[in-house]
Structures are given as C-alpha cells and as structure tokens.
Design a protein around this ligand. Structure first.
Ligand SMILES: [Zn+2]
Ligand SMILES: [Zn+2]
Length: 570
C-alpha cells in the first residue's frame, strides 16, 4: 500500500459523501487529509501516526488506520450501501459534478443514467434551480453517449481491458496458448476492438468458459471457431473477439489476425512468388502440403525476411526498409523522467532507485515537479536543493546505477521559467514542460516553448504537445517550428511513454529524422516503469533508429552527456 492508495480512498469517500449530500465541512475534512498526505514528502511507511500531519483529525485518522491495517474501509463500504451505484458513471458527464448529481438524486430521485435520460427528455431537469435549458440539452446528449459502443477506444483503455482478459484466460482450462492480436498488438493509438487468438484441442469447453466471463453485455456471435462478445469496461461497451484454433496453427493465425491488411498483402505476394498460398492455418505448398511453423519468426524466415515487430506492421513499406537499426526495447539503458514523493509520485527516491536497478538500467534521472505546480506539490528552491543532496548521497550508496538530479520545470504562462539559472546550474539535467494555460494562442505557446529551448540549462522538452489520447488534443504547438527549434538549439524532445500520452507521436518523429529523442515513462509509481514498451513501440512506428535516442547510451556516454552540456558551449 502506498500513500496514493490512501489518497484515492479519501477522495472516493469525499465523492460518495457529496453524492449523498453530506455537509461540505465533513466532505472537506477528507479532501484536506488527502492533500496533507500528498504534500508530505515521506513515503507511507515512514509515517507512523497520520494524525500528526496538519489537516488530519482524529476521525479521518481512524479511517486511514483501519485501511492501512485491513485494506478495507467500513466508512466507504457503508457509503457504497447508501449511495446508488448508478450515480458513479454520471460523474463522467462534463459539467455534472457530485454536487449537481446529489441534487438530481435528492429532488428528482435520479439513481442512474436511464432515470436521468427520462428526466431530461421530460424537461424536469431544467425546472431545478442551477440547471439551464441548455445544460439539460448537453446532459441529455452526454447521457445517451455514456456506455454506448464507440467507433474506437484509446490504447490506455484497451490496456486496462486487455489486462483483465489476460487474467481471465490464464485461468481457463484446456487453453494451450493465447495472445492478443489485431491493432492493439500493433500498438495503434486507437482500436475498434480487441482480438484474441486462443489455441485449444477442446474448442467447445473453451467456448463455454468464455461465455462465463464477467461483464458480458452481449453475445454477438458464438461459434466453434469464433466467439464475439461485447464487454462492459470502464463505463464503456467494448467488442472482444476470440478465435479458437488448433495448437499447430497458432502462430499462423496470430500472424494473420495481427495484420495490418497492407502488411499481409505483402506476405501473400511473397508467398505467390514461391508458388505458395498463406492463410490463417499455415502455408500451403503447390503440392497441397501444409507447412505449420511453431513461431512467428519461422514464418517470416520462410519468406526470406527477418521477423518484423508488430508495431512496424503498417502500410507494407516496412518490407522495403532496413529495420536493423530501429530501436528495440532492449536498447534502453535508462529512464530520464520520473517522480517521487517529493512531488506527486507514490514512492521515495530510494524506492525508485531500487526499481530502476531491478530493471537493469545503467542510469536514471529524478525529475519532480517545480514550484509553480502547486497541485502536484512542486518543489521550492529549498526543497529542490535538499533533494539534490539526497540524490548525491544515494548515488554514492548504489554503485549499480548512476542517479542524476533533475527537475521537470514548468514553463510559466508568460514564458518565464520556474527557477533562475543559478538554481538550474546546480542540477544535472533540466526538463521543461507546459502544464498550464493550454488555451493560449499558438503564438503564445510557441513563445513559451522557444524561450525554454533557448535556455542553456534546459536540455529537453517533456510531452511536447500535452495531448491525452482520445481525451484532449493538448495545446497544439506549431510542430514544424518546434522541431526546427529543437534541432537548432540542441534540445531533446521526448516521446512520453505513458500510454495515455504517447507524446510526441509516431508521425512527428518520422517526419523529423534529425531531432534527438528521449523515451521516458514519466513514472509516478514503480509499476509505471513498465510503460517504456509503449514509448519504444511509438518510436518504432516512426522508424526511429537507436542512435537518435539518448537513453540508449551506455553509462559512460550518458555521463559525458550530463557533464558536457553542449548548449553551454555555444
Ligand atoms: Zn509533465
Ligand atoms: Zn512528469
């Protein structure tokens, strides 16, 4: 259990209380407690008595202690009994916070989306004070869209559902092998559905087990070779297909249904040249004999090509390129952007160090948030310098890895940077990023980015567009100009590997082959270090070669990059 788990519990309790219509004083006690925990620099294990923290009283303290000891909360359980479950998804509707939902529940007895839709259609919502006719119309549209099947879903959402399905498949008897295929396996930013290839000698038994999966909304088609379902996940309805195949054909089916369409057209052409035919079952020779290989590698080698990473299987041009220098996950030697309990991370610096060592990394950079980012408990100069000392001490203690002190510094709305050069000078590595005033004009945004790029201590711009896939477009900089600037000023641009972001995207890094890149997880939790594969896949889609990526450097090379700031020499 980390502080983040407790903060989440407290915020959940506050939300439920609001939905129940509790008085604001009680609700804010929970929110304040969550904030105090966030602001405290220590990891949870170092805090013996939470009530010693400013802002945590005896009552909330008891709730926290119970949760720390048992992992459950009777307070939350009781609230969940009282507050209708159907109100929770309504929180996703824009402009409808918990207070408004509480009002709808209290005055119109609305307990979920059906009731809300009917009330909007009957015009009852706009009769309440605080709800205009226009608001009612917006709510009606939003409630109709809620949980309806969409065209496509963002990769991070699919990642969550994929995790759940993998856990389920791991416990189904009679399955020989299973793997996700389709566009999700190719790391597409958005996918229509999830496809699984499942090999078995007992398709009927597996089919029956699949139909017992939790959260099935609809059985779309149920056959001996294919089961198509719609599953409820994260207040959405998402299509999932399972293809049941005999074990000997597994890799052929996997290759076939991974696609892309154009990629497979090239495979079929290669087969035709050898007077063969490919299908999801194998490679058919002209004498009618079927070859079935037991790895994807072998299938590609049969056609005289090296195995191609799924992320690279796109328009077919991947067959014509030299892919030998394209970056691989195993090339990554360090992670250069991560957070600790000093700002809004869940783990101490030392915990992060151990996790990076466990990944086999040669170097790492600690980059917490800077002072202006108050919501994330950004570091004052004094705290930053104290952290710098702590990092130096840990660097002596852990010989396995080089630990560098950095910062993810805000580029302020007026273009100023969040610390003076005299402060930045004392750090090993400075990242600059935009976290506020996204609504400025492109000109203003570019002035901010340019100012950061031209600062001699700023080595790198994090998540350069600020987008969240499928949720918000970001602040939309002039990408041409930014890439020119980066090249001109020797500023590294980031591929933020968090699957919510993937920023820069594949298209941009492909279009600008001269910009230097860093692929970083921006980890706020030790588990987030695993996001690296999403960033590498994004780089692969952009045909990024290993030599363009700073964190493929050896320990010595990276050390020299830190010690010889090229921007200071100009
Ligand atoms: Zn950031
Ligand atoms: Zn960050």
């Amino acid at each position: 259990m980390t502080k983040k788990d407790i903060i989440q519990l407290l915020e959940k309790i506050a939300t439920y209380m609001e939905l129940k219509g509790e008085n604001t004083f009680k609700v804010s006690a929970y929110r304040k407690a969550a904030q105090s925990l966030e602001i405290d620099e220590r990891p949870l294990d170092d805090i013996e008595d939470v009530t010693e923290l400013k802002g945590i009283g005896k009552g909330v303290g008891e709730v926290i202690n119970e949760y720390r000891q048992s992992g459950t909360s009777t307070t939350l359980d009781a609230l969940q009994q009282e507050v209708p479950e159907g109100l929770i998804p309504l929180l996703k509707i824009q402009g409808l916070g918990s207070k408004k939902i509480a009002k709808l529940y209290k005055e119109l007895n609305i307990d979920g989306k059906e009731a809300l839709q009917i009330a909007c259609e009957q015009g009852k919502v706009s009769e309440l004070s605080g709800f205009a006719k226009k608001t009612e119309q917006n709510i009606l549209e939003a409630v109709k869209a809620l949980g309806a099947k969409k065209e496509k879903y963002p990769i991070d959402q699919m990642r969550g559902l994929n995790g759940k399905i993998n856990d389920y498949l791991a416990n189904v008897e009679n399955i020989d092998k299973y793997e996700v295929a389709g566009s999700y396996r190719r790391y597409k930013e958005m996918s229509k559905d999830l496809d699984y290839i499942v090999s078995t000698d007992s398709p009927h038994a597996v089919q029956q087990a699949l139909l017992k999966m939790p959260n099935i909304v609809k059985e779309v088609a149920v056959g001996q070779t294919k089961v198509s379902l719609e599953l409820a996940y994260d207040d959405e309805t998402i299509g999932v297909d399972f293809r049941l195949i005999e074990p000997s054909a597994f890799y052929h089916t996997l290759q076939h249904f991974t696609g892309s369409k154009d990629h497979n057209i090239r495979i079929r052409q290669l087969a035709k040249e050898q007077d063969e035919k490919v299908s999801e079952y194998g490679i058919e020779q002209n004498n009618g004999k079927m070859i079935q290989y037991q790895s994807e590698q072998a299938i590609y080698e049969h056609f005289g090509v090296h195995w191609i990473e799924p992320a690279l299987r796109e328009d077919g041009s991947e067959f014509d390129k030299d892919l030998s220098q394209i970056i691989q996950l195993s090339d990554i030697q360090g992670d250069m952007h991560m957070h600790t309990t000093y700002s809004d991370g869940a783990f101490s610096i030392e915990d992060m160090v151990k996790a990076n060592i466990a990944k086999g990394y040669q170097f790492m950079v600690i980059t917490d948030h800077s002072q202006s980012l108050k919501v994330a408990n950004g570091l004052s100069v004094e705290r930053l310098l104290r952290q710098n000392e702590e990092i130096k001490a840990l660097n002596k203690k852990y010989k396995e890895i080089d630990i560098y002190s950095g910062i993810e510094m805000d580029i302020l709305p007026d273009g100023q940077l969040d610390y003076d050069d005299e402060v930045l000078e004392q750090l090993d590595y400075v990242i600059a990023a935009i976290h506020q005033s996204f609504n400025q004009s492109q000109e203003e945004i570019m002035r901010r980015l340019e100012h950061a790029c031209r600062n001699p201590y700023v080595r790198h711009i994090a998540h350069p567009t600020g987008r969240i896939i499928g949720k918000r477009p970001g602040y939309e900089p002039d990408i041409d100009r930014l890439c020119q600037l980066a090249e001109e000023t020797h500023t590294i641009l980031e591929i933020n590997a968090n699957p919510k972001r993937l920023d820069l995207n594949a298209e941009t890094v492909k279009k600008y082959p001269n910009i230097q890149l860093a692929i970083n997880t921006d980890a706020h939790h030790i588990d987030h270090l695993e996001f690296m594969k999403y960033g590498v896949a994004t780089a692969q889609k952009g045909f990024v070669t290993k030599d363009r990526v700073v964190n493929t450097m050896s320990r010595e090379e990276f050390k020299s990059l830190i010690e010889n700031n090229i921007k200071l020499k100009k």
